[in-house]
Design a protein around this ligand. Structure first.
Ligand code: 5GP
Ligand code: ZN
Length: 115
């Protein structure tokens, strides 16, 4: 838990969120400003500031992040038509919250390349 981190505070329940999935390692909740009809953030409970801050010891966690997102995508009914995963990193990647998270976007056709 990092006190000044928004997502640590959401995970701790200090800031309300709409839960989609929860286990010992991950918490998933709806994005407050959805970019698609379905927009879920899958967040490791461990505070890793960004994807490039992950270390070799986090390899299993990173694998589980994708498998957990797959579970959430299935649960959200996105797997028939398809969906998109996004991990933003640093300024040019558009990262605003510095606690690693994977966006699941679905419910409409996605544009490519992204803006
Ligand atoms: P980033 O740009 O860091 O990849 O994504 C951060 C995401 O967190 C944004 O899509 C933003 O809408 C979402 N977000 C920011 N503050 C909150 C909040 O307080 N609650 C929830 N549920 N989502 C938030
Ligand atoms: Zn954090």
């Amino acid at each position: 838990m990092t006190d000044d981190c928004l997502f640590c505070r959401i995970i701790a329940g200090e800031i309300p969120s709409t839960e989609v999935y929860s286990d010992d390692v991950f918490y998933a909740f709806r994005d407050i400003n959805p970019g698609a009809p379905t927009h879920v953030l899958v967040v490791p409970r461990k505070h890793i500031p960004k994807i490039t801050a992950a270390e070799p010891a986090d390899a299993a966690l990173l694998g589980k992040l994708i498998l957990t997102a797959n579970k959430v995508a299935e649960q959200e009914g996105l797997c028939d038509k398809g969906f998109r995963y996004v991990i933003n990193c640093d300024a040019w990647g558009g990262q605003m919250v510095f606690h690693l998270h994977l966006h699941i976007l679905g419910g409409r056709k996605m544009d490519w390349p992204p803006g």
